[in-house]
Write a protein that binds this ligand. Structure first.
Ligand SMILES: C[S@@+](CC[C@H](N)C(=O)[O-])C[C@H]1O[C@@H](n2cnc3c(N)ncnc32)[C@H](O)[C@@H]1O
Length: 612
């Protein structure tokens, strides 16, 4: 190398070093600016499910034959697969549409409850908390995009990760959107006795609003509603009422509250102590039927106020409910095991939450039309609670559940049945042997617990297998699995982040996107599927959605023909870029949409968010 070349090389190296220093300085500056917060090790070994999305596109595939239908109730969804893939797809179908998210993630106890990249994270793993945070961060970022502006997320957690999760959520949802850290006393009896210091018998529910300002949390019902059992001619506006004596010995004595009231027999009634209302107010009460004078059990004249359920003592409408206290001490883990036993005759999943707990938080946070998501669904408690609540208040809430199909919660029993040691079981699992797949089909959480539980709850079941019949709650379920389409990415020289795929993949995606479009449009009955188009119809036969795969003008006319008429329809038209809507003159009832570009746009956004 001559001197000149050497000099150029040195200069280049110097420039590279200077750039490196500049970047490090920026990092330091950033760290100094954000002294408050959470730091953890970024991934050394990225999650395979995330890497999968670099060369594949996740889609949802319907599993036909597994739908559960009843003649009443809404259309609900169960997705089997990794929730990173499911959340990516849901960002296409449900961005900004979810009212309530509840999740119960692995608590990272170090005791085989949390798998990162398909391996259990044990308590000796130096990156244990970082792995968990990396896992949760990605999912929560995607979940946040699904929430409505008025939406809310509840996350069950215990002391293993509560503090880390709080800071992570502050970062993702914004500290200003922290709503509360509820304490749930989860154990009956004494609580965990293995601590030398305190008996811990509680865990938490962290609550964040998408925007706390827009979030509404309802009060809980009063517990003594049964006392309001009398009625009068004002029942329609004021509700039922209870009688409460007007005199009281216990309130502060005041001369102005001591006056005589005349009975219907013209006798004088004196208060014991003093009256609770002023003379003027009593006059108003008598005139407006808020005060009655009648004989008591001892046959003496007594004065009562009427306390109505729906109005206060000024005849102003009120909700007789109260704010939920941040400590919930009603439902226990023992109770949830009992429920699982009642459903299956045995406890085939040990980590479920009591459905009464989820029922309570849904009552506080949902309305009758809410859409509820649980992407760590386990035994499907959230779905059960949604159906129960609908039954109670005639609601039309819908749920989306997602869970993987791992054999968890019943490993011990399973290994005993097949006479497998831990090592043998893990070997089969890692190798993903054919045998293991078959086991998953039979014993995996989604196949063996989530799906059958929802089926039982919809259709009805015998308690403990042979006891009293519990009526079904109604509802419908559609079963999906996550799937991947392998793509040949085309690098866009101008915009390297741009997710460009070739025309063949674009077509394949369009052909496979039909089921996701059905989910997006909430229209599930497949009417037609051929090489040119696919059509779905809603249960009430009022709405249709068509997906036109392209190629044939004649077939285009055919699909349009089937979407015309008295339906509210949508037509998704395949195109290589964006369609020019004004070039289509279709009947007014048909809304036009592009496919597959919007899916690619969303996936690009997901990739960008995750990398950031
Ligand atoms: C603690 S359990 C939830 C229990 C649930 N709340 C109930 O009442 O049954 C957590 C569930 O999340 C599931 N899970 C964990 N990681 C997942 C992932 N990456 N994708 C999908 N499901 C996952 C596990 O299979 C497990 O069933």
């Amino acid at each position: 190398m001559n001197d000149k070349n050497k000099q150029v090389e040195l200069e280049n190296r110097l420039k590279a070093k200077e750039k490196e220093i500049e970047e490090k300085n920026k990092e330091i500056e950033q760290l100094q600016k954000t002294r408050l917060g959470l730091y953890w090790d970024k991934e050394k070994e990225p999650e395979q499910v995330v890497l999968d999305c670099e060369n594949n596109l996740p889609v949802l595939k319907r599993i036909k034959g597994k739908e559960i239908k009843s003649d009443k109730g809404e259309e609900n969804i169960l997705i089997e697969g990794d929730n990173f893939h499911a959340l990516t797809c849901l960002n296409y179908t449900h961005q900004g549409k979810i009212d309530v998210i509840y999740i119960d993630p692995p608590y990272n106890t170090g005791n085989k409850d949390f798998k990162y990249n398909d391996r259990f994270v044990d308590s000796n793993d130096g990156y244990r908390h970082s792995k968990w945070l990396n896992f949760m961060e990605k999912r929560l970022i995607l979940a946040k995009k699904l929430l409505k502006e008025t939406g809310v997320i509840f996350i069950s957690i215990d002391d293993n990760e509560q503090a880390n999760l709080k800071l992570l959520c502050d970062r993702i949802f914004g500290r200003e959107n922290f709503v509360g850290n509820l304490v749930w006393a989860n154990k009956e009896g004494g609580g965990s006795g293995d601590s030398r210091h305190f008996k811990i018998k509680h865990e938490y529910l962290l609550v964040y609003g998408k925007s706390k300002e827009n979030l509404e949390i309802q009060g809980v019902d009063i517990e003594d509603e049964y006392r309001y059992k009398l009625s009068d001619e004002y029942e329609k506006e004021r509700g039922k009422y209870q009688l409460i004596k007007l005199d009281s010995a216990s309130i502060q004595q005041s001369d102005s509250l001591k006056f005589n009231i005349i009975s219907p027999e013209n006798t004088i009634i004196e208060p014991k102590g003093c009256w609770r209302w002023s003379e003027q107010k009593v006059k108003w009460g008598l005139k407006n039927s808020f005060v009655v004078i009648k004989k008591d059990k001892q046959n003496n004249w007594a004065v009562y106020t009427k306390q109505y359920l729906k109005v206060d003592n000024k005849n102003k409408p009120i909700e007789r409910n109260k704010r939920q206290i941040g400590i919930i001490d009603k439902f226990s883990t023992t109770q949830s095991n009992r429920k699982i036993k009642e459903l299956f005759g045995k406890v085939n999943f040990e980590y479920s939450k009591p459905y009464e707990l989820i029922h309570l938080i849904l009552k506080l946070s949902s309305n009758k039309n809410s859409l509820i998501l649980d992407f760590m669904a386990g035994s499907g408690t959230t779905g059960h609670a949604v159906l129960q609540l609908n039954k109670e208040d005639g609601g039309n809430r819908k749920f989306i559940l997602c869970t993987n199909n791992e054999i968890n919660g019943i490993e011990k029993e399973f290994k005993e049945k097949y006479n497998l040691s831990n090592i043998e079981f893990e070997k089969e699992r890692k190798e993903k042997s054919k045998r293991y797949y078959k086991w998953e089909e039979k014993y995996g959480i989604c196949s063996a617990v989530t799906y059958p539980r929802i089926k039982k709850v919809i259709n009805g079941y015998n308690k403990n297998g042979n006891g009293e019949f519990v009526e079904g709650l109604g509802g419908n379920l559609h079963y999906f699995k996550t799937d991947l389409i392998t793509i040949d990415k085309v690098i866009d020289e101008k915009d390297k982040e741009k997710l460009k795929i070739n025309d063949k993949n674009r077509k394949e995606l369009t052909h496979k996107a039909g089921q996701m479009i059905a989910i997006k449009e909430n229209i599930f009955e497949e009417l037609r599927l051929n090489n040119f188009y696919q059509i779905f119809e809603s249960k009430d036969k009022k709405r249709r959605v068509g997906i036109y795969f392209g190629e044939s003008k004649e077939k285009f006319e055919k699909i349009v023909e089937q979407l015309k008429g008295n339906y509210k329809s949508a037509l998704y038209i395949f195109s290589y870029k964006k369609i020019i809507k004004k070039n289509y003159t279709l009947s007014k009832n048909i809304r036009l949409e592009d496919i597959p570009e919007p899916i690619l746009e969303i996936y690009k956004e997901v990739n960008r968010l995750i990398k950031k």
